[in-house]
Design a protein. Structure first.
Length: 102
C-alpha cells in the first residue's frame, strides 16, 4: 500500500468507530423504545385506563382498527383518539372474586 491509501484508511477507521458508537447509543435504544410502545398500544383492552399524549385520562370504551373511544370525567364524555396518541396504559385488574378493580 502506498502512503495515500494508508492515510485514507487511518481517517476512515475513527469515522466508522463513531458510527458504530452512535448506533449502539442512539439508534438501537430508540428502535427498542418504539417496539415497546407499539406492543403497549396493541395490548390495550376495553376497560383499561389510559393517558393520552395531551394529558387526557380516561377508560377505553371501545376499540376500532386505529382508534379508541375514551370515556372521561364523571359525566362519561366520550372522545375518539388515534392509537398513536396513547402514552400510558393502566391495565384493568380483577380481584379474587372476579370483580373489576382500577
Amino acid at each position: 500500500m502506498d502512503s495515500s491509501a494508508m492515510s485514507t484508511l487511518t481517517m476512515l477507521i475513527p469515522l466508522l468507530g463513531v458510527f458504530v458508537i452512535m448506533y449502539f447509543l442512539i439508534i438501537r435504544p430508540q428502535n427498542k423504545k418504539e417496539k415497546q410502545a407499539a406492543a403497549m398500544r396493541n395490548s390495550i383492552e376495553v376497560g383499561d385506563g389510559v393517558t393520552t399524549i395531551g394529558g387526557i385520562v380516561g377508560r377505553v370504551a371501545s376499540i376500532k382498527e386505529d382508534t379508541f373511544v375514551l370515556e372521561t370525567g364523571s359525566d362519561r364524555v366520550k372522545m375518539r383518539f388515534k392509537r398513536w396518541a396513547i402514552q400510558e396504559v393502566e391495565k384493568l385488574q380483577l380481584d379474587n372474586a372476579g370483580e373489576k378493580e382500577a
